[in-house]
Design a protein around this ligand. Structure first.
Ligand SMILES: [Fe+2]
Ligand SMILES: [Fe+2]
Length: 183
C-alpha cells in the first residue's frame, strides 16, 4: 500500500538523520571539535519532521483509522506506539536543552550530550522496528481489503484532523500532509 510505503520512506529519512546524530555524538565523545550549534539543529530537525509531520500522520490519521477498523485502541500496538511518541518528545526536548547551553561544554556536558544523542538514536531505531513489526502489518490486514471503505473514510479523517495539518492529497493511499500555511 502506498500509505505504508510513504511512512517507510519517512522512516528511512529519519534513520539517516539518526545516523548523522550518532556520528556527531561519537565525535563529541572522542573530544573532537564539533559545532555546538549543530545540536540545536538536530533537535529542530527531529522535532519538525519526525514529531510534527511523521508522527502527526500516525497519531491523527493512521491510528484512528485502524481503530475504526477494529484494532484495539487501548491494548497492543496502538497504545505502544502512542506511548513511544510521548517518549520521543521527551528525548528531543532533552537534546534541545543540551543544545541551548552550547557555548562552552565541560567534560560533564559532553558526557550528557553524548548520552542524550545516543538515547534518541537508539529510540528511533527501536521505534521504527516496533512499527514495522506490529503497526504496518495491521494496515494491510485491516485496510488492504477495504480500500473503498478507506476512501470514503479518508475525507472524514481529513476533516477531523487538527488545524495544524491539512491533507495534500485526499486519496487514502497517500498519507501526505502538510502544515497549513500561516496567513
Ligand atoms: Fe511513530
Ligand atoms: Fe513511524
Amino acid at each position: 500500500m502506498k500509505a505504508v510505503e510513504s511512512l517507510i520512506g519517512e522512516h528511512q529519512l529519519i534513520a539517516r538523520l539518526a545516523d548523522a546524530l550518532e556520528l556527531y555524538a561519537r565525535q563529541t565523545k572522542q573530544g573532537r571539535p564539533t559545532d555546538a550549534t549543530h545540536l540545536a539543529l538536530f533537535a529542530a530537525a527531529f522535532s519538525d519532521f519526525a514529531e510534527c509531520i511523521h508522527h502527526e500522520k500516525e497519531e491523527n490519521i493512521l491510528l484512528p483509522m485502524l481503530s475504526r477498523h477494529g484494532v484495539r485502541w487501548d491494548d497492543g500496538a496502538l497504545p505502544a506506539v502512542r506511548r513511544e511518541h510521548r517518549q520521543e518528545t521527551y528525548l528531543i526536548d532533552v537534546l534541545r536543552q543540551a543544545g541551548e547551553r552550547a557555548a562552552c561544554w565541560s567534560n560533564e556536558d559532553r558526557r550528557q550530550i553524548v548520552a542524550a544523542a545516543q538515547a534518541l538514536v537508539d529510540f528511533q531505531r527501536n521505534h521504527h522496528a516496533l512499527e514495522s513489526r506490529e503497526l504496518f502489518p495491521l494496515v494491510a490486514a485491516r485496510l488492504g481489503a477495504g480500500v473503498r471503505i478507506a476512501k470514503s473514510a479518508w475525507r472524514c479523517e481529513a476533516s477531523a484532523m487538527s488545524d495544524e495539518v491539512v491533507p495534500i492529497d485526499t486519496h487514502p493511499d497517500t498519507l501526505e500532509t502538510k502544515r497549513k500555511e500561516q496567513p
